[in-house]
Structure formats: C-alpha cells, structure tokens
Design a protein around this ligand. Structure first.
Ligand code: NAD
Length: 278
C-alpha cells in the first residue's frame, strides 16, 4: 500500500505516533521518525528496522525555528522523496480557562497549531513541486497527503483544555484550507480526531508520574486520578464501544486516511472515538 512512499511522522518516539510509524512501515513505507529525544526516536526506528522495514530517526523540537525544513530535507536526502506528512507531536498542559497563564496558552498553541503549519509550509516544495512535475508529464499521480492530528476536545470543547481545544479546532481550519489550496495538485489534507486513547496523556498522573520539560519548566502529563476515575465510571455512557482506544487502533485511523484507498477523501475530519460525541 505504501511501497516506494516516504512518510514523516512527528512525535513518533512513543504513543500513537510510534504505533503509526510501525504500521506505515508494515505496509511498505520508509518512515522518518521524529521525537524530542534521540533515544525515543531511535527506538521506534530500530524496532521498524528489526521487522525488516525502513526507518530514519531525526530528533528535534517541532516548535524550533528551522527544524521543519531540516526534517523535510532529511526525508528527501535520506529516503529520496516525501509522500505523507503526519503532524502528531504534542502534549497537554491543562488548567481552567480563567487560570491559564500566557506561557501555558502559547506553548500549546505553538506545538499543536503553529508547528503543524510550519511543517506543512516546509513540506510544500517537496510535495507540490513533485506533484506539479508528475502532472505535467501526464504520468499517474503518486499518493501525497498531510494528516493532522486533532481531538474531540477541539470539536466539542473540554473542561480544563481551553488552550488545547483552541489549537485542535484551529488545525481543522488549517486542514480544510490546505485541502482547498493543494487539491488541484492531487495533494490531500485530512485530520484525525481522537477521543480517549490509552497513552500517557490520558493515564492517571499519580500512577504514571510522567512529565515533559518545556523551556526549563516541568509539565506533568496525564489526568488527575480523581478525574480519571470519574471518566472511567461512566465510560459505557460516553463511548458506545465502552473502552478507550489502544495506540494501535488510533494509529490505524491515521494510516487509513493517508492510504491510496482514500484518494478521493480530502478536507475530512475522521473521528476515531469509539463513537464518543456522536
Ligand atoms: N491520547 C489521547 O487520548 C489523545 C486524544 C486526542 C488527541 N491526541 C493527540 O494525539 C497525538 C499523540 O499523542 P499521544 O497520546 O500518543 O501522546 P504521547 O505523549 O504518548 O506521544 C506524543 C509524543 O510527542 C512528542 N512531542 C511532544 N512535544 C514535542 C515537540 N515539541 N517536538 C517533537 N516531539 C514532541 C512526545 O515526546 C511524545 O513522544 C497528540 O497530538 C495528542 O494531542 C491524543
């Protein structure tokens, strides 16, 4: 399905991104794996190579000026081309709207909205020029697309996530705009909105003790145990399928919409939610 195609995935050292990287590789793609730390990105790339796949790791912060250009250039230099960009990297820094400080607001907008925009802009020459040349030559068009990761928090809002919800809805507008602007070159752009996926972003803070360092500040990841227990209690009511998604199930949504089988699907928001919010 992805033979001779090159896929760049941000935040693919763990969680949904790592699962997507493995799945793309299983279907034949060469994958460029990005994450903040080299060890994490390398771990995913090594796992792919151990299964006989092709993968290259590039560590770096997606919000760092100039990094998007370096990531796209790495894909082209090391793997020969770019077909699919998946904007997946991110984290949460929750708080009630009236208590969110400026750096907390800005950091989440930066990672979930501005960085994907800059990634798309950096991917533009590689995707658009290759598509235009193919079109000119009259050859069949290759699969080329962008997949942006959104969330039900963006589609419906979520208590404690004003910053994250704003960014995750913003990326829907960005997705639809790119779909309109790049459609004439047969380059698709879709979003995948997840609901409740079992990763370190949704596990109980007190149990997992995970954090991320942003500008020298430690941001605790996960949900307070009290809130997680409340969510678990009425899970059958909130989610028709009655359980969170596994990382692999979430990743499958990304791979599905990036695949050539979705060649006539663009500007769409695929809800991978077990039916949550319908
Ligand atoms: N888990 C859920 O229920 C859920 C729901 C909706 C949307 N999402 C979205 O799915 C995506 C993946 O999240 P996940 O649940 O797999 O979380 P995760 O923490 O398991 O993985 C996210 C990865 O992104 C990396 N990352 C964070 N900031 C980065 C940066 N600035 N530069 C490069 N890499 C960075 C992290 O190091 C981490 O490895 C995120 O965009 C998240 O908002 C998750």
């Amino acid at each position: 399905m992805f033979n001779n195609q090159v896929v760049v995935i941000t935040g693919a050292g763990r969680g949904i991104g790592a699962a997507a990287a493995r799945l793309f590789a299983d279907y034949g793609a060469a994958v460029v794996v990005n994450d903040l730390e080299n060890a994490m990105a390398e771990e995913t790339a090594r796992a792919i190579r151990a299964r006989g796949g092709q993968a290259v790791a590039l560590a770096g912060d997606v919000t760092e000026p100039g990094f998007p250009e370096r990531l796209m250039q790495t894909a082209v230099d090391r793997c020969g081309r770019l077909n699919v960009l998946v904007n997946n990297a991110g984290y949460t820094w929750d708080g009630m709207a009236h208590k969110i400080a400026d750096p907390q607001w800005q950091a989440i907008l930066d990672v979930h909205l501005s960085a994907p925009f800059r990634m798309i802009r950096a991917a533009a020459p590689h995707l658009r020029e290759a598509a235009a040349a193919e079109m000119e030559s009259g050859a069949g068009m290759s699969n080329r697309c962008v997949v942006n990761v959104s969330s039900t928090s963006g589609l419906h809002g979520n208590i404690g996530q004003a910053n994250y919800a704003a960014a995750k809805m913003g990326i829907v507008g960005l997705t639809k705009t790119i779909a309109r602007e790049w459609g004439p070159l047969a380059i698709r752009c879709n979003a995948v909105a997840f609901g409740f996926v079992d990763t370190r972003l949704t596990r109980a803070q007190e149990v997992q003790e995970e954090s991320i360092e942003i500008d020298g500040r430690e941001v605790v990841l996960g949900i307070p145990q009290k809130v997680r227990s409340m969510l678990d209690k009425d899970i059958q009511l909130r989610i028709p399928l009655g359980r969170p998604a596994s990382e692999d199930e979430a990743a499958a949504g990304i791979v599905l919409i990036a695949s050539p089988l979705a060649s006539y699907i663009t500007g769409h928001v695929l809800e991978v939610t077990g039916g949550m919010g319908i």
